[in-house]
Design a protein around this ligand. Structure first.
Ligand SMILES: *Cc1c(COP(=O)(O)O)cnc(C)c1O
Length: 389
């Protein structure tokens, strides 16, 4: 048996094609979740299938004791799309990317002769992953319960409270870490002026600004990174979900200031940047970074948003608000539970996922067509009607 830490919804998907999922009974569903913002290019994309199966015929694993050429090609592609960054580290998941990012932030101060700087300011409603360090970082009581004293090194403050932030900064502060759009916290867009303020505070105090773009990055908002909309650049950025379209992979992008802080031996991963993942990442990035692709995301996500606003107006006693940016959208429910709403949507043939704050997350594949958007709205309408009864 499995440990009891998940509570999965009933359909067991056995096939995915584009934006359509099929369950073990042969029922089909429209995917408005992308496996939580992962499958940006949809399912069974022929180019990605080719990239993975070609590599599978050559070599699966060599370890980082040996040179992996595709890592450099992927890094090159990521850096071209990320002007703030100078170097890249590859790992296997979001949590690992955040762990590496926090270690690199601490280590940067260490090599700058400021070894006492190790603490990171984090924010209410954050989600950064499930390791002992990252549950301490986000500070969410439900995630910390039963796991002993939270790891030291984090000061969690409200996003909109200048005074709390300034009070939390001390001689031992290393960094400020935030998701430009808080995903699991309820699809909360951090206002651009807050990101500008955090950048300024970091500059004034010599701190590093860390963006967790694991969910909101990789073209989800119509730009490669969500922070581009605000015009604020981080010193370090973590990415994962959309980077491999379902192949487990994560990465940290580092600005010049942090790029020499790691030396051989001070961090590593057995599988990180392995050959299978890198071929898929390379093919994924080629598509996600295409300006035409991004423009399309902007246009079609604006259409989805427009339709959702109309839906919200019509069902305002059920849906209090439409939130988010691009194809990272949330329906904040005024009544009923997001969990129940998701079950009803599945019943209608639409896959969505819940988040904290009683919010239903809509994270369709970035390749979704106008026709599929309209189809999704019909299913959402039915779900709203069923939920209002
Ligand atoms: C999903 C997520 C993580 C954790 O990623 P895992 O791959 O599950 O470890 C961290 N931060 C954000 C913003 C996420 O959405």
């Amino acid at each position: 048996m499995l440990l009891n830490n998940y509570e999965p919804f009933f359909p067991a998907f056995v096939k995915g094609e584009g934006r359509t999922l099929t369950d073990s009974k042969g029922n089909t569903y429209l995917d408005f979740a992308s496996g939580v913002a992962v499958s940006g290019l949809g399912h069974s994309d022929p180019e990605l299938v080719r990239a993975l199966s070609e590599q599978a015929k050559n070599i699966w694993h060599v370890s980082n004791f040996f040179h992996i050429e595709a890592q450099e090609q992927c890094a090159e592609k990521l850096l071209q799309a990320s002007p703030f960054a100078k170097s890249v580290f590859f790992c296997n998941s979001g949590a690992e990317a955040n762990e590496a990012m926090l270690k690199l932030a601490r280590r940067t101060h260490y090599v700058e002769g400021q070894a006492q700087r190790y603490r990171t300011i984090t924010f209410h409603n954050a989600f950064h992953g499930r390791t002992l360090a990252l549950i301490a970082a986000a500070g969410k009581p439900e995630h910390l319960e039963g796991f002993g004293p939270p790891m030291d090194g984090f000061d969690c403050v409200p996003v909109d409270d200048d005074q709390a932030l300034m009070d939390a900064i001390d001689d031992d502060t290393a960094a400020i870490m935030i998701e430009p759009i808080q995903g699991d916290g309820g699809v909360l867009v951090v206002p651009p002026e807050r990101l500008h303020f955090f950048r300024k505070v970091c500059n004034d105090k010599g701190l590093l600004l860390l963006f967790d773009e694991i969910q909101c990055g990789c073209a989800r908002t119509g730009r490669m990174w969500a922070h581009e909309w605000a015009g604020v650049q981080p010193d370090l950025l973590s990415t994962a979900k959309g980077l491999g379209n379902g192949i487990p992979v994560g990465a940290v992008l580092a600005a010049a200031r942090c790029s020499d802080a790691f030396v051989p031996g001070c961090h590593g991963s057995t599988y990180g940047g392995n050959t299978l993942a890198m071929q898929v990442v390379k093919a994924t990035l080629r598509r996600l970074t295409d300006p035409k692709f991004l423009e399309n995301v902007v246009e079609r996500s604006a259409l989805l948003r427009e339709r959702l606003e109309v839906l919200q107006q019509r069902h305002s006693s059920l849906v209090a608000e439409v939130r988010g940016m691009g194809f990272m959208l949330g329906l904040a429910l005024a009544q009923g539970s997001a969990q129940r709403f998701v079950e009803r949507a599945l019943h209608e043939g639409l896959v969505v996922v819940p988040s904290s704050g009683n919010v239903v997350r809509l994270l369709p594949p970035l390749t979704i067509t106008e026709q599929e958007i309209e189809q999704g709205l019909v299913l959402l309408e039915k779900t709203c009607v069923a939920s209002s009864k």
